[in-house]
Design a protein around this ligand. Structure first.
Ligand SMILES: [Zn+2]
Length: 90
């Protein structure tokens, strides 16, 4: 009975496939973690005001004595400017 074996084999294969799909789906669901952000190479610059490293393309800049400083926010930039001014004044 080759046909009987073939049918049984196919049925078993389908069951194994279903079980495998279920198990892998369950495993994936159980181990789903927030994916790490894509690591693309970005030029990082250091914010001298707060020390944070920021994406150069998104940083706020301030030229000071021919040196371009990068800041994460307007607050840091103004703070840095005021700090510089205060330091100069003293
Ligand atoms: Zn900052």
């Amino acid at each position: 009975m080759v046909l009987g074996w073939l049918i049984r084999f196919l049925v078993v294969m389908v069951l194994v496939r279903l079980a495998w799909k279920f198990l892998t789906g369950f495993a994936q669901g159980a181990t789903t973690r927030p994916q790490a952000p894509p690591t693309k190479t970005v030029a990082l610059v250091r914010d001298p005001a707060c020390g944070t490293y920021i994406d150069r393309s998104r940083a706020m800049t301030l030229r000071h004595n021919g040196v371009t400083h990068h800041f994460c926010s307007e607050d840091c930039r103004t703070g840095f400017q005021q700090g510089r001014r205060a330091a100069k004044g003293v």
